[in-house]
Design a protein. Sequence first.
Lengths: 164, 773
Amino acid sequence: MTDVTMTVNGKAVTRSVPDTMLLSDFLREELRLTGTHIGCDTSQCGACVVHLDGKAVKSCTALAVACDGARVTTIEGLATGGVLHPMQKAFNDNHGLQCGFCTTGMIMTGVDMVNRYRAAGRTLDEAAIRHELEGNICRCTGYHNIVKAISQAAAEMAAPQAAE
Amino acid sequence: MRATVSIRGGAHTPEPHESAVGHVTGSAPYTDDIPEPVGTLHACLGLSEIAHGRIVSMDLDAVRAAPGVVAVLTAADIPGANDISPTGLGDDPVFPTDTVAYHGQPLFAVVAETRDQARRAAALARIACDPLPAILGVEAALDAGAPDVTPPLTLARGDAEAALQAAPHRLQGRMRIGGQDHMYLEGQIAFAIPGEDGTLTVHCSTQHPAEAQQMVAQVLGLPFNAVTVQVRRMGGGFGGKETQMNLFAAVAALAATRLDRPVKLRPDRDQDMIATGKRHDFVADYDVGFDAEGRIQAVDARLAARCGFSADLSGPVTDRALFHADNGYFYPHVRLASRPLKTNTVSNTAFRGFGGPQGAVVAERIVEEIAFALGEDPLTIRQRNFYGPGRDVTPYHQRVEDNILPRLVAELEASSDYRARRAAILDFNAQGGVARRGIALTPVKFGISFTATWYNQAGALVHIYKDGSVGLNHGGTEMGQGLFTKVAQVVASALQVDLARIRVTATATDKVPNTSATAASSGADLNGMAALDACRKLKARLVAFASDRWDVAADAVAFAPNEVRVGDAAIPFDAFVKEAYMARVALSATGFYKTPKIHWDRANGQGRPFYYFAYGAAVSEVEIDTLAGEYQVTRTDILHDVGRSLNPAIDLGQVEGGFVQGMGWLTTEELWWDADGRLRTHAPSTYKIPLASDRPRRFNVALADWSENREMTIRRSKAVGEPPIILAISVVEALSMAVASVADYRVCPRLDTPVTPERVLMAVEGLRAAGDG
């Protein structure tokens, strides 16, 4: 067991956890942040994407102990003051979800791609969104409304720091 | 005046999914998110590592001795029946006792303090078996004379043999159609919590809580009323949780009962894919006679399916394949036969379309063959063979009464500019480049109703609380398809209250009993009607109350938006409800519905198994690289019939998602068993469902807004869940055209599915080699 301290959704947390514990399990089981979903256990599906120091990672690929000192944002930390983040609002507005299981990971990936493209001064067009979503799978929607949602949010996200 | 105001969120409006805000904030819990009581244990299954053999010994000592292990459970621990066969055939053990029937079959369960400990312990089992010969695929089963897992079906009308012999043209062919893993993002899971007096509650990701309840009860030897199964939502189902949750529910319940502690069983993705059933793969042999115009005279076809080691739902699945082996076409003389073959593989199960898509693929292949044989545009052949007045009897002797498919196809043909685009593609391909293009328009006709007639019933429960808020519960389950939203919209319209007043609660066997699976696209049809029935009862009581209380005629009482008109007065709904409560009016009602008109005589292959048909059509255009086999779907246009849509946004989502899921089945999703019967594609790393980049580059989807169900369905809507899968056949045929171009369309490429890039390349090379030779 090792003590781990992280800032999760703006709050400092410390837990003593096994060295083999995945970040996804740490978030779900230690902190009960169950909006991070486990879809495939093998870093393929993207349902467990969170932001680690501002960058999207699949939390089933990271060990909790390796995230000591890190800043983690999960889906639960995205809305501020009860107001949906533009990416969350866009998924709602565009019917960008059905069963909802991939949705939280899609949103975290969507926020990350908008931020990265903005920081690099690149245009996040539809083709780019489709390419960027290669690590997130959805079995329900056919991606049509997911892509529309990310496009809308990209237009609405005023500043690159909106994710954090 | 208030008269012009309407309720917010009523039927036919594009409301967001009822859990949309919960989903985008991560606050909508799935089964794995339910807080675990102190003392919760975790189970893991131990799987067979051979495909077929006699069990000599099961040495589980090391499993028992592993850290954290609390118990190991085998067949000997089952107090009731060791059977979870959904059709009661007794061929589906929880754990086998003497014979292993497929690679990956669960043999035992280990229960430990943590999930990690259970998984590590399960790997320590030492199972000794005497191997037996294993039959794995359809063709092997046919060659070996393997038995059927359940009685086959024959549909016949007219004299197919004589008509085939008399036909001016005749051809035969064989098509292999692959299976499909459900790949629901939320895997199987069951969480059993013991209750008082020998009862228990099982939270389970299931499309069929009543069946999970029955299976748990029969495995534990309990009456049904001792078992409550509950599910608020699933992270996808697609048919994969219609029966396949039974094993997980039964094992979690068995462990919880034995140990008197809560037990959760969530297999990892690999176990989930290895140990649960899939869409049936088929081998179809067809013989068709037709005239010089391409009009079909007779069809004789055999559809043989891999069913795995047990029947599961293979009987109704292979029946439905035959029911759809006409797709939209009239066969004057026909004989269709199924072969539900037993194999040493995981038992195949329900998957969105339930055999229907496989049958429709065969129909479209037959038409495509005729078009190639005559050198015609396949759409022309399709249109010549559609059902129509005087040519309207199906192989199962049900008449097609509405015949809207020709109109729908004609509209799509025009709106997609099909003929001009096809001409342009023929010109493009004539240039002889590496890139070749194809385009195809294929239709959908899908029969709506469970073919097991007794399944076509539903119950609902509607409460009006004395503050005017409404509680809604019904037997249907929410798997993302928007059922809860649609039924709530029906209730909102019936009671004339805003949708926000209505809360839908988890499907639970102690609220609405004896429910059917949420399957066969029937969820909104059945549960919407049951909920409406409950609302009608409540409204009748409220009208009687108001008529009495304010001394007006019953027809002077009307439900207006968020208020009740009583004579000239308008009373806000909550105030009205409170008055009714004070006057001791019962404000809770059950509703019930059974589908009318349907009947089915399986022994004679005749009846009206379907209440109505849902239709659609798609045009897809593709471009292939003839040197690599790779391809892109460049454009798809869809026109789909959902009757009068209960929720156009949700229905469009079903059509888009269903098309892409069907495209995955027919193009990239390849299940691969090795020679030892081991599934080699058991994770998304090797099993490829469509990605965002695979979706057609241009994707125009529309609902046929003029369509209304001619039958008295819920608000004249039509079922939408399964039919869109069949739209994806357009991609296969477009690929076929592109491939055929390398041999100047003289030969039908007879592509098997999935049409992977590898198969495209092999087909191109094959045609070229034949041309050179």
